[in-house]
Design a protein around this ligand. Structure first.
Ligand code: FUB
Ligand code: ZN
Length: 635
């Protein structure tokens, strides 16, 4: 097993994103999404609840994870402040932090539900009641706020909370041997460790991960001690009859190093595996890494939608069996795709392999970006791959985990675009702008120019005061291996000679102004459905670069399921200015009704122009049917 790499993300302030694809979308998040979400959190009661004025009998009882939505909003706003200082937004964030400070108890405890709704019951329902999940999101917010503003207001609050959790989960503490029913705090504690240098936060994360799935099962002991079915008892009334299924639901069925299949609730799984990858890297833990790699292969080999969505079964918001990937009835929660981005980045940092970023890119440009409307104020919770026209984005949800998760991810794209290793500058995503790396005492900048994903030309220029020797590693996506063209300082170079672990790795003494050019082949491509996935047998999905395309009913005068694409038909790229995206146009055929319900002769077919829009851009023109997988007509 190779040792973990020492790669890390660049600090957010060392990256500038300034391109035609991402910059306008992030600006929409900054100017429309963040204010709308703040409004929803204020009018929905999430922020008001922090005053702890709620009393039994009052309306709008605080929900177990309300603070997590507030925390994700603070985190998103903090990333925005890091790149776009905004005194008014900073003041509003400070106000919410003051409310959190007021809600914190003397001993550091911070959780509204267990303070005003169920006082005296702290840490008695770890399986269902989201106490550590909330704490995790608060910790992530505290770290982000500190990195963005340098202030320690929220960081101080979450450190006191983490210290209390450390005491309570230590031997002799009230929750000794316990762990989180909805994983999240583990990855947050790793961030807190990295931000503060306090080793005990890393150790606590490792303790929680190591305790998970050991026997006797903590959640069952806790339920016996409590004597009640727990917060989700009414949602899962058959839980006691199916203990194994519900252990799998929160990935506590086996010690994590023995887990081989991705099971259960998808967001929980992604957050858990992210923390496992973090710890594998921090602790150079080979068994943890092996487990992550096996789980990755299971996910990407049998349970991942072509959009990068995951978690097909709505009844558990989680994974169904291998190849059970129904397109219309699949769930594919936005948060799960976001979780996959978190995990994939960590796997790439851990292993140095670009294949993880290939999957990250698939999820990011498709299943994550579809999570919000073009105007940034309506959201998908589930992201199915086909719709009869009844699915549309909504302004908000009773359980509003996805909207602020979308905001925090898109506002922190800087962390995903590059990585820094030992004398190695890594370009993971093709995003125009700049990045600053530090090799010993030398600062080296990269200026990336590209219209990706609408064009495959990527130009990377070295910006530095002096010559510098380092490796420039540029990811070459798997789909671009055939036909990619590389020029290094004007000289053509066969990519095959420098391809290593999914990256074009160029080791040399670079001079200021040196340029690397990469041309990625951007012809539209087809991907064929696996026949083991029953809902899409015989269908193809159109791709261009990292984008997955879909057909919308609004563009076609035949039912989408009646349309097929002749195998040889090619597609051209056209601009849709209204949607602000490139679309694919080509020729298809549509089955014609014969007049008889059950005709005894083959159906007639008529040519039909086909127009495919990027999956992430669908449902921006009102309600419409949609399909990613289109029937293929083989002559
Ligand atoms: O339970 C917290 C979040 O709410 C989960 O991650 C989502 O699946 C939604 O249920
Ligand atoms: Zn969600």
């Amino acid at each position: 097993m190779p040792a973990s790499t020492r790669r890390s993300s660049l600090p957010i302030t060392d990256v500038v994103i300034d391109d035609a694809f991402w910059a306008p979308r992030r600006e929409t998040v900054r100017t429309a999404t963040l204010p709308q979400q703040e409004h929803m959190l204020r009018t929905g009661g999430q922020i008001e609840a922090l005053a702890h004025a709620w009393k039994p009998g009052d309306p709008n009882e605080p929900h177990v994870f309300w603070e997590s939505d507030v925390a994700k909003w603070i985190e998103a706003a903090s990333y925005s402040l890091a790149t776009h200082p905004d005194a008014a937004l900073e003041r509003r964030v400070d106000e919410v932090i003051e409310a959190l400070a007021g809600a914190q108890q003397e001993d550091g405890y911070l959780n509204t539900y267990f303070t005003v709704v169920r006082p005296g019951e702290r840490f008695t329902d770890l399986r269902d009641a989201h106490e550590l999940y909330v704490a995790g999101h608060l910790i992530e917010a505290g770290v982000a706020h500190h990195a963005a503003t340098g202030k320690t207001t929220l960081l101080g609050i979450v450190r006191r909370l983490a210290d209390l959790i450390d005491r309570e989960f230590a031997p002799g503490g009230a929750a000794e041997g316990g762990y989180d029913g909805h994983e999240e705090i583990e990855l947050a504690l790793v961030k807190l460790y990295r931000a503060t240098g306090e080793r005990r936060y890393l150790d606590l994360a490792a303790r929680l991960i190591d305790a998970r799935g050991t026997q006797p099962f903590y959640f069952e002991l806790e339920a016996q001690r409590r004597g009640t079915p727990g917060y989700f008892g009414h949602v899962f009334p058959d839980r006691d009859a199916h203990p194994q299924r519900f252990r799998e639901y929160n990935q506590s069925h086996l010690p994590v190093r023995e887990q081989r299949e991705v099971v259960g609730h998808a967001v929980r799984a992604m957050y858990l595996y992210s923390a496992m990858a973090d710890l594998a890297q921090e602790l150079d833990d080979a068994a943890l890494r092996e487990s992550c790699e096996r789980l990755w292969d299971d996910l990407t080999g049998t349970k991942l939608y072509v959009t990068g969505g995951l978690g097909a079964d709505p009844s558990i918001e989680g994974f169904a069996g291998p190849y059970e990937l129904p397109d219309a009835s699949g769930y594919a929660e936005t948060c799960a795709a976001i979780g996959l981005v978190l995990w994939a980045k960590r796997m790439a940092l851990l292993t140095g392999e670009g294949r993880y970023i290939d999957v990250l890119e698939r999820a990011l440009y498709n299943a994550v970006l579809s999570g919000a409307s073009a105007d940034g104020v309506c959201y998908f919770y589930g992201n199915p791959l086909a719709s009869d026209g009844s699915v549309e984005r909504k302004e908000w949800f009773g359980v509003a985990c996805c909207p602020p998760n979308f905001a925090r991810l898109t506002q922190s794209l800087e962390y995903y675009a590059y990585a820094q290793g030992d004398h190695e500058a890594v370009v993971d995503l093709f995003v125009a702008g700049t990045a600053r790396f530090r090799f010993d005492e030398t600062a080296v900048g990269l200026r990336v120019s590209t219209e990706y994903p609408h064009d495959g030309a990527v130009r990377i220029e070295i910006e530095a005061d002096a010559e510098s020797e380092f490796i420039l590693a540029v990811r070459l996506p798997e789909w671009a291996r055939q036909g990619a063209v590389l020029r290094v300082v004007g000289e053509p170079l066969d990519v095959g000679t420098v391809l290593d672990g999914g990256y074009v790795r160029l080791s040399r003494r670079w001079s200021p102004g040196d340029v690397v050019e990469l041309e990625l082949p951007m012809e539209p491509r087809r991907i064929w459905a696996d026949p083991r996935v029953t809902s899409t047998v015989g269908r193809v999905a159109l791709h261009r670069g990292p984008l997955v395309f879909c057909l919308e009913g609004v563009d076609h005068d035949a039912p989408l399921d009646a349309i097929s694409l002749p195998r040889g038909a090619s597609f051209a790229v056209a601009r849709d200015d209204a949607l602000g995206v490139d679309v694919l146009v080509g020729d298809g055929v549509a089955d014609e009704p014969s007049g008889d319900l059950y005709p005894e002769r083959p159906l007639g077919r008529r040519p039909i122009p086909v127009r495919a829009v990027p999956y992430a851009a669908w449902n921006n023109r009102g309600r419409s049917s949609m399909t990613v997988w289109v029937r293929e007509a083989v002559a």
